[in-house]
Design a protein around this ligand. Structure first.
Ligand code: ARG
Length: 589
């Protein structure tokens, strides 16, 4: 069954056409002013400019051209020429009935599914995960789930930073610290030990010291560069040691990401594209896309309309080493060869905007990316602390992801006790629930603020059970689950909706019907915040509805049945949308 908004758009496209105008003005949108109407068609205003006519006249003509139908109950013209549309209750009910009976809540799979690679995460090996990695993970995971829900073929790739200077720094400082390890003996040709020579904690300490050294000590820096170069060049012992370091880092990262319910399909890294670099360079050279500039090999990516001159895209530095830009370009090459995607999305901090502009231009200009490959930087702002600066620990250092998440879960636990949620539950269940509540607080807050904006992480506010928060949404969902459970325990059947009896009931129904539009808009603009806003409003409406109508004690059976259907559909939508946001819902709390 087609979404009502689609049926209406079809009617208005035809009406515009029949009235002598371009059908493209017939798009119908959900009304922002519910007290006036359910839907609006605002095309008469844009058409008026083009046809040099009065918008009101156009609207009048269009309305009289709308074909007879069973959907619209009333149309009127408001303001300068907006067409307000009110639909029939029966149509609304029929659509909800369909949503409720459909496994996919009436959302159809995209007719032209795309293969999309989403590059989100990008943590660097050996550096502990910190709060800076949160937004990429949360946003990327939500976009992945949303795209999948809409029928796209999506591959989530973590794209580890496992090939840069930090690897050389660690190797060089380990070599100083323990020169006798077999990894450093170039004549060694036995089996390297199974066990990693360092633990994740050692690694983080080595990294932290080595990066300080590299900043202040030129000699250390050049040793690190040399080690990086030799590693990339294939020095056997270095590669073996590197592999150990990557493996223990990945184990640690997996534990962190799983706390957040973030799952990657691919655990590839910058290093995986290394083997493609010779082909890439060869291709670029043969086709004259590269030139030498002060000893470096670069690609010119300027365009005539540029307001500020963009620096050329660096491929190989004058000392022969490769850069972040090189691995990103060779990764595009690799992804095309291995997966042939239609789209590649990079969910990365907005501060890397120039890098991605350069990268995409380089890929296009050199025809590595064909015109049909869509490349997009899905940028996001910073998560700040209460002081408005990037979130830090109390002593001013960068907060580790693990500690950060744990502190939210602890806070959620306290909240649960404070509010009396899950009161008679075992300590274990309480803990499980606080984990879900804590993660919901973090993820909902993160996704709720428009991705391009910086936002302030306020743990007290976000963990409240009231207001626009994850816990409020979980609470509402669980409340509905419990109503449904009681109905089932009392062997009440419910399959049929009835036309709404009250204003609030109709409002709730109209909101439920919006799901298709919300998900598709969120996908189009890559804005999960639209889903968050939607489920928040839906929860508010449900709670008002529940306050006004006593569902379980209703004596009219058909009425009670209809309200239970409404509750069930609300619950399914909440659970589905929360799941798209990467948020799990407890069965009870
Ligand atoms: N590792 C990078 C960093 O720490 C982020 C990687 C983002 N992804 C990409 N394909 N460039 O800044």
């Amino acid at each position: 069954m087609k979404p009502i908004i689609q049926e209406l758009s079809d009617l208005f496209v035809t009406a515009f056409h029949d009235a002598g105008f371009d059908g493209k003005y017939g798009d119908v949108v959900i009304s922002q002013r519910r007290e006036l109407c359910h839907f609006q068609c605002n095309g008469a205003l844009s058409a008026a400019k083009v046809y040099k006519l009065n918008p009101n006249d156009i609207a009048t003509k269009v309305i009289s051209s709308v074909k007879p139908n069973l959907i619209i109950s009333n149309t009127s013209i408001a303001g300068a020429g907006f067409i307000n549309i009110v639909i029939k209750d029966e149509v609304l009910v029929e659509y909800l009935q369909f949503m409720n009976s459909d496994d996919r809540l009436g959302i159809s799979l995209d007719l032209f599914p795309k293969k999309i690679i989403i590059d989100y995460g990008g943590p660097n090996v050996a550096k502990p995960l910190h709060v800076g990695h949160i937004r990429s993970a949360i946003l990327g995971e939500a976009l992945k789930r949303l795209s999948r829900f809409l029928g796209h073929d999506v591959i989530g790739d973590i794209h580890l930073g496992d090939w840069g200077l930090q690897m050389g720094m660690i190797i060089a400082s380990l070599q100083q610290q323990s020169p006798d390890l077999p990894y450093f003996d170039e004549s060694f040709n036995g089996e390297y030990p199974e066990e990693s020579p360092v633990s994740i904690t050692d690694l983080q300490e080595i990294y932290s010291n080595a990066s300080k050294d590299a900043k202040t000590n030129i000699e250390k820096l050049s040793e690190a560069r040399k080690a990086t170069f030799e590693l990339q060049d294939g020095r056997v012992g270095y590669r073996a040691l590197w592999k150990k370091i990557v493996d223990i880092s990945i184990t640690d990262m997996k534990a962190n990401y799983s706390l957040l319910d973030v799952e990657f399909d691919l655990w590839k890294g910058e290093s995986d594209s290394h083997e493609f670099i010779p082909q890439l360079l060869n291709y670029l050279q043969i086709n004259n896309y590269t030139y030498k500039s002060e000893g470096a090999s670069v690609i010119d990516i300027r365009e005539d309309q540029d307001k500020h001159e963009l620096p050329p895209f660096m491929l190989i530095k004058s000392d022969g080493s490769i850069l972040y830009s090189t691995t990103d370009l060779s990764t595009i090459w690799e992804r095309i060869k291995e997966y042939d995607p239609d789209e590649i999305w990079y969910v990365v901090d907005k501060r890397q905007e120039i890098h991605f502009t350069q990268l995409f231009r380089a890929a296009r200009k050199t025809k590595i990316a064909s015109n049909t490959l869509h490349l997009e930087h899905i940028a996001f702002g910073t998560m700040n602390g209460l002081d408005g600066r990037p979130y830090k620990t109390r002593d001013g250092s960068v907060m580790r992801l693990n500690d950060f998440i744990q502190s939210i879960i602890d806070k959620a636990y306290n909240r649960i006790i404070e509010v009396g949620v899950a009161k008679d539950f075992s300590v274990n269940e309480k803990r499980e629930i606080s984990q879900m509540v804590g993660v919901s607080a973090l993820k909902f807050a993160d996704l709720l603020s428009h991705r391009l904006k910086d936002y302030i992480f306020d743990i007290d506010k976000f963990t409240e059970f009231e207001g626009k928060t994850g816990p409020y949404l979980l609470y509402t969902t669980v409340r509905i689950k419990s109503i449904i459970r009681k109905a089932i325990e009392n062997e009440i059947d419910f399959t049929c909706f009835q036309v709404p009896k009250s204003f609030i009931e109709r409002e709730l129904m109209l909101k439920l019907m919006e799901l298709d539009d919300v998900l598709n808009q969120a996908f189009k603009y890559k804005e999960p915040n639209q889903i968050c806003e939607y489920i928040y409003t839906l929860s508010l409406l449900f709670n008002s509805f529940y306050h006004e109508h006593h569902i379980l004690s209703e004596t009219d059976n058909s009425q009670r049945e209809s309200w239970l259907c409404l509750s069930r559909l609300t619950e399914k939508i909440l659970v589905t949308c929360l799941d798209i946001c990467g948020i799990r819902t407890p069965e009870r709390m």
